[in-house]
Design a binder for this molecule. Structure first.
Ligand SMILES: [Zn+2]
Length: 335
């Protein structure tokens, strides 16, 4: 047996060697999720901060402040870093080619040159991406879609987004690709904020499911107290609560759920038919309901499918970290 003794003559260096990292920043409507990530996509340090309400006026300064705090935290933890790049992902319409936020209603910008503004303040090469397309990239590199060449990523939460990879390339089309939430699934369905009617998002998002369930319970004959106080009902029932009722077989919940799943299956099958993808990765808050969502979605897809390849339908693995990790992938890809 060999015992290694500490050597007096070979003392450990007092200053650790700085490791190369990129700053990965996911700017959301309410929170900024950020991390320093090394070349092997290992997270060195991370933080979550509230999104300042006026970020549209000062995105460069906001991102630089977050990066400074990350670097300071890492050094305090004894891991000095050398910042070699920055990836920023944002919601809305994004032109990755020019690094421009074309439109974000939530964040209040239009045609914002995010890449130039961040590069000027952070001082390193910067790449800008779309949060959901970046999330797909992260799921392909590190998560549920590892190794996939053709995939659809569908995060379902307040809204429904989509990102597509075909032949190993994430489709962008100047920022316009993947708007799955605005595919019409019911010609006489509810109006959508986009100006359309019966879009997938107003039928099958977590918010839509909660709204539809609340409306159904209010009109039910046994819900007098709910009818007296509809706003309390609206807030009391979220989509996860509906999912729990579905699992318990509650008829109103099952009806609302089936409608949402049928709509989702229609939109997903149309996407499969057009693009030939063979993997569907479901994410977002509604994915937390797991097989309560995926099992009927698989069944419905199988019922609708004719000649198309049978897709694998799986849950996303990276949760709300996908966008941030995707930002790191983008930053390292250009580095
Ligand atoms: Zn719409």
């Amino acid at each position: 047996m060999t015992v290694t003794e500490p050597s007096d003559t070979a003392a450990a260096p007092l200053v650790a060697t700085a490791i190369d990292v990129v700053a990965a920043i996911d700017v959301g409507g309410s929170r900024i999720k950020a991390a320093l990530v090394d070349r092997s996509l290992r997270v060195v340090t991370r933080t979550t901060e509230p999104t300042p309400p006026d970020i549209a006026h000062d995105v460069g300064t906001v991102v630089a402040g977050t990066v400074d705090r990350l670097v300071a935290a890492s050094e305090k933890d004894g891991t000095p870093v050398r910042l070699v790049g920055c990836g920023v992902v944002v919601p809305g319409l994004v032109d990755e080619g020019t690094g421009t936020g074309l439109l974000s209603v939530n964040l209040g910008w239009r045609d914002l040159s995010i890449r130039d503004l961040v590069r000027a303040t952070v001082g390193v090469p910067t790449v800008v991406g779309h949060d959901v397309r970046a999330g797909l990239l992260a799921e392909v590199r590190l998560g549920a879609a590892r190794g996939a060449r053709h995939a659809l990523f569908v995060p379902i939460g307040t809204g429904i987004a989509g990102a597509l990879m075909v032949d190993g390339a994430v489709l962008t089309a100047g920022g316009w690709a993947g708007e799955l939430g605005h595919v019409q699934v019911e010609s006489d369905g509810p109006p959508c904020p986009c100006g359309g009617r019966g879009c997938l998002e107003v039928v099958a998002s977590a918010s839509a499911i909660a709204r539809a369930y609340a409306a159904r319970r209010q009109s039910a004959p046994d819900s007098q107290s709910a009818a007296d106080n509809p706003s309390a009902t609206q807030h009391a029932v979220d989509a996860r609560a509906v999912a729990a009722k579905v699992a318990a077989g509650e008829p109103d919940a099952v009806a609302v759920w089936q409608r949402a799943v049928a709509a989702l299956a229609r939109a997903v099958l149309a996407t499969i038919t057009i693009t030939g993808i063979d993997l569907v990765v479901v994410g977002g808050g509604l994915a937390l309901s797991g097989e309560t969502l995926l099992a009927p979605l698989r069944t419905e897809l199988e019922a609708l499918r004719t000649f198309q390849r049978p897709p694998r339908v799986v849950l996303a693995e990276l949760g709300d970290r996908a966008g941030c990790l995707g930002a790191a992938c983008l930053a390292w890809d250009v580095g």
